[in-house]
Design a protein around this ligand. Sequence first.
Ligand SMILES: NC(=O)c1ccc[n+]([C@@H]2O[C@H](COP(=O)([O-])OP(=O)(O)OC[C@H]3O[C@@H](n4cnc5c(N)ncnc54)[C@H](OP(=O)(O)O)[C@@H]3O)[C@@H](O)[C@H]2O)c1
Length: 255
Amino acid sequence: MTTLPRTPSLRLDGKRALVTGASSGIGMGCAVALAEAGAHVVCAARGKDKLQAAVDAMRDQGWSAETLTLDMGDLSALNAALTAQDPFDVVVNSAGAARHGPALETQPDDYDAVMNLNLRAAYFLSVGAAEGMKSASRGGSIIHVSSQMGHVGGIDRAVYCASKHGLEGMVKAMAIEWGAERIRINTVCPTFIRTPLTEATFDNPERAAWITEKIKLGRVGEVEDIMGAVLYLASDAAALVTGTSLLIDGGWTAD
Ligand SMILES: NC(=O)c1ccc[n+]([C@@H]2O[C@H](COP(=O)([O-])OP(=O)(O)OC[C@H]3O[C@@H](n4cnc5c(N)ncnc54)[C@H](OP(=O)(O)O)[C@@H]3O)[C@@H](O)[C@H]2O)c1
């Protein structure tokens, strides 16, 4: 008799997940995807009210979620929050910032704001999460929401591109160190997704034309376009996937 292989499960029942930036945009989509798949999701962001509203809406669906009010830029607060929590099986880092403008006009404040959140906080979140996963000896999956701008350059985006290219390198190096502990670390790299972060870009007709021309599938992304990829990387279906990035860019980087 032929023994058939079994499709790995995309369910996350019994898993604990942390999602940063969970009160808006892509992060909220990730929190929903993980909670719907059965995980208990700790939803983190700075603004308490929006976060509470998101968690309330998730609980109304019968899913398991709680709030964690946290400024990721405050490293001691980040470490204290991670220490106070039981280890996570899945961590999705979607908290991110952008201050777009010509490189010649970038001020040190802009540079620091973007790099502190997109790279420094991402680095130490990964370390804290991996420490917890290591102590629990059951592996885990860390997923950073990077960007197609972690693979190519973009107009007015020198600092943002630097932060996301840095994230891509960081993930590869951490994957090498943590593979033996079955701790996987990857990125998802979206193209332009309709969220509060991109409102100003879409409102600029020149930039909007640039975006439509570059996305081969002929439309901008929606939060739902990212949810399946994050669920895949969080689940056992991606058990052999680490140190890499999943581009969800409508073909932007194909040429
Ligand atoms: N939208 C796109 O087109 C696109 C494309 C590629 C990649 N990305 C990346 O996707 C990620 C999410 O972007 P988005 O479009 O979903 O943005 P968004 O709608 O503006 O949401 C950002 C989230 O991050 C939280 N956040 C911001 N600063 C924080 C901090 N210091 N500590 C904790 N939480 C913080 C925000 O809540 P509070 O302000 O209340 O803290 C909010 O929940 C970012 O890393 C971005 O670079 C976005």
